[in-house]
Design a protein around this ligand. Structure first.
Ligand code: NI
Length: 263
C-alpha cells in the first residue's frame, strides 16, 4: 500500500497536497434576507384547521362506509345461513304418526341426528340434550317451551318401535323421528347432516358414521344455532337461553310497532 502511494501521486500531478489560501467569497456566511411575511387568504392556521376537518370528514366517511359494509355482510351471512341450513321436513314419529316441521312451530326445537345402535357418542349427546331441556324448563320457561327431537340416520334398523324404545331412555318429552330412506335423506340434506353406514359384520351389525351436531330451531322453524360435541350442557343451556331471550325481545318490539301502526 505504502509503495503504491507515490506512484499514484505521480500519476495524478494535479492533486493538491496542501491548502492554498483561498479568497473567501463575500456572500459566504451572510444570512439570506428574511422573506417578506405573506398574509394570504390561506394562513398556516387555516390550512392546518381545514386539514384536520378534512381528515375528520374522511375518517367519518370511512367509518360510516365500514358500518354499512359490515351491516350488509351480516345480512348476507344471515340470509345465506338461513338458506343453507334447515327447512321443512316430513317424517314419522315414534308413535307411528306422520310428523312434519310445522307440527313443532310455536316451540323451540332442539334437534339431534343419530342412530339407536350408536355405542357411545349418541347416548352421551342425548343425555346432554335431556339435561339442557330440563335446565331450560327450570330457568327459562317464561321464554318458551323447548321440544327435543331425535332423528335417526339409520332408517333400515330404526323403525317406529325401535325409536320409541330408544327415546324413553333419555327424556319423557323427547320425540323420536324416523321415516323412509327418502324422507331421512331429505331431512339430512336440508340440515347438512352427513351419514354413511359402515360394513356389516356377521351379525349384520354396523356403525353409521354421522355428523354430531345439536341444532336449535326457533318457534317459526328457522335454524338459529348449532352446537358441536365439545359444548357442555351448561354452555348450550346458557347460549340457547340468550337466543330465546333475544327472540322474545324482538317479538315484543315487533308487536309493539305493529300495535302502534294499527292502533
Ligand atoms: Ni352416534
Amino acid at each position: 500500500m505504502l509503495a503504491a502511494w507515490p506512484r499514484r501521486l505521480a500519476l495524478r500531478p494535479s492533486v493538491r497536497l496542501f491548502c492554498d489560501k483561498v479568497e473567501r467569497p463575500p456572500e459566504l456566511g451572510r444570512r439570506p434576507p428574511p422573506a417578506p411575511e405573506r398574509k394570504g387568504p390561506v394562513s398556516w392556521f387555516n390550512l392546518a384547521a381545514s386539514g384536520v376537518l378534512m381528515g375528520a370528514g374522511l375518517a367519518f366517511y370511512y367509518y360510516a362506509r365500514g358500518l354499512k359494509e359490515e351491516a350488509l355482510a351480516k345480512e348476507r351471512r344471515r340470509t345465506l345461513g338461513k338458506a343453507a341450513i334447515g327447512g321443512r321436513f316430513d317424517l314419522v314419529d315414534h308413535t307411528g304418526k306422520a310428523a312434519c316441521s310445522e307440527d313443532f312451530h310455536g316451540k323451540w326445537v332442539l334437534l339431534y341426528f343419530g342412530f339407536t345402535h350408536c355405542p357411545d357418542i349418541c347416548p352421551e349427546e342425548m343425555e346432554k340434550m335431556a339435561e339442557v331441556v330440563d335446565a331450560l324448563a327450570a330457568k327459562a320457561s317464561d321464554l318458551g317451551e323447548v321440544q327435543p327431537l331425535f332423528v335417526t340416520v339409520d332408517p333400515r334398523r330404526d323403525g317406529v318401535a325401535e325409536v320409541a324404545e330408544y327415546v324413553k331412555e333419555f327424556h319423557p318429552r323427547l320425540i323420536g323421528l324416523t321415516g323412509t330412506d327418502e324422507m331421512i335423506k331429505n331431512v339430512c340434506r336440508a340440515f347438512r347432516v352427513y351419514y354413511s353406514s359402515g360394513p356389516a359384520d356377521e351379525d349384520d351389525d354396523y356403525i353409521v358414521d354421522h355428523t354430531i351436531i345439536l341444532y336449535v330451531l326457533n318457534p317459526e322453524g328457522g335454524f338459529v344455532d348449532y352446537f358441536g360435541q365439545t359444548k357442555t350442557a351448561a354452555m348450550v343451556t346458557d347460549s340457547v337461553m340468550m337466543t330465546m331471550g333475544k327472540w322474545k325481545a324482538e317479538q315484543r318490539q315487533t308487536s309493539g310497532l305493529l300495535a302502534k301502526l294499527t292502533g
